[in-house]
Design a protein around this ligand. Sequence first.
Ligand code: NAD
Length: 467
Amino acid sequence: MTPTSKHSDLLNTLNQMKEHNLAEGPASAELRIDRLQRAIKLIKENHRDLSDAMSKDFGHRSAYQSATADIATTIKLLKDAIENLSAWMQDQPVEAPEPGMKAWIQNQPLGVVGIISPWNFPINLSFGPLASVFAAGNSAMLKPSELTPKTSALLAELVARYFAPEELTLVLGDAEVGKAFSALPFNHLVFTGSTAVGKHIMRAAADNLVPVTLELGGKSPAMVDEDADITQAVERTLTVKTFNVGQICISPDYMMIPENKVDSFVEAAKAFVQHSFPSMQDNPDYTSIISDNHYKRLIGLLEDAKKKGANVISLAPEGEVNYDDKSRKIAPFLIFNVTDDMDIMQEEIFGPLLPVKTYAKPEEAIAYINNNPRPLAAYYFGDDTERQKAFARNTISGGLVINDAMTHVSVETLPFGGIGPSGMGAYHGIHGFKRFTHEKAVVLQSKEGASGKRLRAPYKDKQAALE
Ligand code: NAD
């Protein structure tokens, strides 16, 4: 099928969904809850098959990681929407400027929302946005990633079983299909993926003036201040660098530590990894890199850094290979003496490699963060409250966690999203509901209402009254 005919097929589907929405009117609270419950049912009744499919797609993926990050967290988002829906849906009365007049904000569904998702958490990053999209009363077209073909095919089958096509339609395909998909006149388009592709999405959406939510990536820094508990900082950072082997948008991408802490940092890192993963290649807890291309890309980053003078330290347990192209498992690496001309300091890493920069003064670390593109997340380790506040004030990022990493994504009451090159717009909880809702301004004028009279001619006396 050519991209053009694909586009016309997709357009037909979208138009049918829009027509159905118009004919049915806005989704009631009951229907929204029913859709959210069916999404939970789909995941719960098929979680084993979904986990197996994800594991096959990754080569190997820890079942525990799928159960927590893809199954449990997604169900939590869907349940949170069900529990809060009635409060979120209420119209919000606002103060009106004259007696007798009433004014309020009416929450209206946008219509049909397009969702494009990546491969790293294929359920969470498809059904997470969907929780907000459904809660807000919309229907959706979803295009998951081609890099998880088994999971995406299973999702397509399940979606067709649990949902009517006018509620949710899943579209399978690669970047070419993605291009056709993002050129559709949706009522909103939410994209989770790389910053580079995000630019294409925004351009394609602009042709139809489709509003976008872009959940992108980037290089999220972790700064360890002089008073921080170094062991705790290492453990909490490396937890996220080894979970899904760092294939996480908010995985700490590089660290900055005081220059006198290098030895204690390396010692703590070795102890932590060797305790967590006494073996690696045969260890079911250690996940593979998603594809040969991504495996080669990561080894390339390592080689490039070495060639340009970096000091590379493998954290593989004794007797283990550092990486293996059959299993696509790469051990965690610390990379010291990094410079900005290295690819590893230019690209988002998205894997278990951790560049560590040292600083003489904390201000240097903050200046480095601010001289680089605004990241999706920033992490700060240190116990002094004033210094924590100063870091929060002086750096700009989508989210910030103090004394931990990644934790903000699981706090549904917080908006989750980036800023500038790491994204635009945020979702989760009420923030997601608002993101996919039109806040319509409504005024009810009273019989006595006088506001229009001010505008009526003749103006002579009115003008005089103004002076
Ligand atoms: P990607 O940008 O390569 O692909 C994402 C999706 O876009 C896929 O479904 C793909 O088929 C589609 N696509 C690719 N090219 C397209 C095009 N030209 N037009 C339309 N669609 C196109 O990203 P990925 O490799 O799947 O995921 C990794 C990236 O996603 C990382 O940069 C990561 O930081 C980011 N990410 C962000 C978040 C977040 O919440 N901010 C979450 C997870 C991943």
